[in-house]
Design a protein around this ligand. Structure first.
Ligand code: NAD
Length: 479
């Protein structure tokens, strides 16, 4: 069992209370026991981050880069051990978990280089004898609050970017899966980061949130839309710069001219991959009527191949649902969908013979309409719904008729249809003939409001949030 402590000013600290996490593949197994930070701990973590920030911002960029690079090397070297912890605590398969840890390592590698190459601008001035320099400075202290579904990748892409641009960090990981954050803290200390540059406080978000937000210069939050909305209000009180990456209800359109096998593979992977617990997962599969029956026939076969099993079993395709509350929410969503007339074509029940864990057979609903509650709210589980439409016009209207706007996709062999959808989708990310989930670390990631607020994450785009620009006029007198 992992005994996790808070990391405050470079010291690992116990707290008066602890909370345990459980293996969703076998809920009688305790994975970790974690110190639960008090408000005073959160205050101290922010104070330590503030004290450490000026020196880190002044640090030679080669040294800053080397530390991030070393963290990447350590993540690569410990990938199997970290992925095993991740699979035990969050429930994703070992293969998915290794992929996530490698992604975290790639983020540190990428931002190690970004620390060296983040340029400013130089302009001629309209005034004689003047020029203008636009430089970028760190924001200061960044609070990062993260969810349970990518507990190391999201922590890594926030922390690596924040540190690369000269900020210091207080990380508040999800109470359901904090183990990898502890390991990330050990790795960053081992890589030579000075005390206070990276701090971890664990525990109840509602309790710690106001202190962590009001004390920081910036909040980078990933989680559910209701929590994001609440945090935006808290941040408004102190005018803390805020970036929110929130929920999705992502549409995947299949047109009559699609390559049917490409369409089925992309829809199935997007919907049930990682047990449907990805913000970019496809929850609404919108299919035009000419291909509908043939597509559905193949999709029903595909969903059956996503059999749930223990996360560490190499034969498992999808792991269990990550948490007990999420499991209950998924079952409630399935029951409500049936009650409102959606036709359950496959799954949607606790998996037989697997009573020790939170295993749910992947659900596929047919003959649904976009106004059903099933298609209005994020389920964040292994639950897909097919909506039949007449043509591309109706498909686009249905895809965009949704409050959330994170990712979207289309399967078509028509370049014209693909380009039209790429332009008309209101989502922040559009995928053509490939799943709605699965962006890479070097490109901007994020949704449009209310799925994303305050600028994109990952890639060089992260600099927009993690730095402030400064415009300077220089009167050098040379004409
Ligand atoms: P959540 O909102 O319940 O919790 C996220 C984090 O916020 C946790 O650390 C939690 O402790 C903290 N928190 C909760 N209430 C808080 C409060 N009142 N004040 C301060 N902190 C608080 O979300 P979750 O269940 O952990 O994650 C699932 C959600 O995250 C889904 O909606 C999913 O779509 C979303 N998500 C979005 C992205 C993205 O990049 N857009 C990525 C992954 C997950």
């Amino acid at each position: 069992m992992l005994h996790g402590q808070n990391l405050i000013g470079g010291q690992w600290r116990n707290s008066a209370t602890v909370a345990q996490t459980f293996n969703p593949s076998n809920i009688s197994e305790v994975v970790g026991e974690y110190a639960q930070a008090s408000v005073a701990d959160a205050e101290e973590a922010v104070a330590c981050a503030r004290k450490a920030q000026p020196a880190w911002a002044r640090q030679n960029i080669q040294i800053r880069s080397d530390i991030l690079h070393k963290a990447a090397d350590l993540l690569f070297a410990r990938a199997t051990a970290l992925a095993t912890l991740l699979a035990r605590e969050e429930g994703k398969t070992l293969k998915e978990a290794v992929g996530e840890v490698v992604r975290a390592a790639h983020c540190f590698q990428f931002y190690a280089a970004e620390a060296l190459r983040h340029p400013g601008q130089w302009h001629n001035s309209l005034r004689e004898g003047h020029n203008v320099i636009v430089s970028h400075e760190p924001v200061g202290v960044v609070t990062a609050i993260t969810p349970w579904n990518f507990p190391i990748a999201i922590a890594a892409w926030k922390a690596a970017a924040a540190l690369a641009y000269g900020n210091t960090v207080v990380l508040k990981p999800s109470e359901f899966a904090p183990g990898c954050a502890i390991r990330l803290g050990e790795i960053l200390m081992g890589a030579g980061l000075s005390p206070g540059c990276f701090n971890i406080v664990m525990g109840n978000g509602a309790l710690l949130g106001p202190t962590l937000i009001h004390g920081a210069d910036a909040l980078s939050f990933t989680g559910s839309t209701p929590t994001g909305r609440a945090l935006l209000k808290i941040a408004a009180e102190s005018m803390t710069k805020t970036q929110l990456e929130l929920g999705g209800k992502n549409p995947f359109i299949v047109l009559d001219d699609a390559d049917i096998d490409v369409a089925v593979a992309a829809a199935a992977q997007g919907t049930w991959g990682q047990t449907g617990q990805r913000c970019t997962g496809s929850e609404r599969i919108i299919v035009t009527r000419g291909i509908h029956d043939a597509f559905v026939e193949k999709l029903v076969k595909a969903v059956a191949s996503f059999t749930p099993g223990p996360a560490l079993d190499p034969a498992t395709v999808i792991g269990p649902v990550a948490t007990r509350p999420q499991f209950e929410k998924n079952l409630a969503a399935i029951a409500a969908a049936r009650a409102e007339g959606a036709e359950l074509a496959h799954g949607g029940t606790p998996a037989e013979g697997h009573n020790e864990g939170l295993f749910l057979t992947p659900a596929l609903f047919l003959n649904t309409t976009n106004d059903m509650q099933l298609n209005r709210h994020e389920t964040f589980g292994p639950i897909g719904a097919v909506i039949k439409v007449a043509d591309l016009d109706e498909a686009i209207a249905v895809a965009n008729d949704c409050e959330l706007a994170l990712s979207s996709g289309i399967a078509t062999t028509s370049l014209r249809s693909a380009e039209r959808y790429r332009r008309e989708s209101k989502a922040g990310m559009v995928m053509v003939n490939t799943p709605t989930a699965g962006l890479e670390y070097h490109v901007p990631f994020g949704g449009r409001p209310p799925s994303g607020v305050g600028g994109r994450e990952t890639g060089s785009a992260a600099a927009d949030f993690f730095t402030e620009s400064k415009t300077s006029y220089i009167n050098h007198g040379v004409i």
